[in-house]
Design a protein around this ligand. Structure first.
Ligand code: ADP
Ligand code: MG
Length: 114
């Protein structure tokens, strides 16, 4: 489930998510397109992972990644969202995000509040 596909390399365009307020929480998450998400192994565990990421030809930074069920699609489609541990001057929608997932932190969790 969680570890057997690691390290996992992935590269794709950053698309608009569903405005679930990641930025309000101070943890914007760069979303991959549905097509990229569908290219992931179908049996990869949902949850929180970590690894490395870069935007375009930029520097490589640490990242944390969520693979989770997407409420927008009534939880039948996964979403893959990367929070890069770096302060960017501007948003980077439309840019190519490259990631390597190196480890697993925990399964998905529900919270009572924002
Ligand atoms: P959306 O619902 O469109 O994904 P978010 O609130 O999750 O909106 O914000 C994600 C966007 O924020 C990314 O697509 C990217 O353009 C921008 N962004 C800025 N800084 C970061 C960062 N450190 N990590 C991830 N995304 C970031
Ligand atoms: Mg997002």
């Amino acid at each position: 489930g969680a570890m057997r596909h690691l390290p996992y390399f992935c590269r794709g365009e950053v698309v608009k998510g569903f405005g679930r307020g990641s930025k309000e929480l101070g943890i914007p998450t760069a979303n991959f397109s549905e097509q990229v998400v569908e290219s992931f192994p179908s049996d990869i565990s949902t949850g929180i992972y970590y690894g490395w990421a870069c935007v375009g030809n930029g520097d490589v930074h640490k990242m944390v990644l969520s693979i989770g069920w997407n409420p927008f699609y009534k939880n039948i489609k996964k979403s893959v969202e990367t929070h890069i541990i770096h302060t960017f001057k501007e948003d980077f929608y439309g840019e190519i995000l490259s990631i390597v997932i190196t480890g697993y932190i925990r399964p998905e969790k529900n919270f009572d509040s924002l």
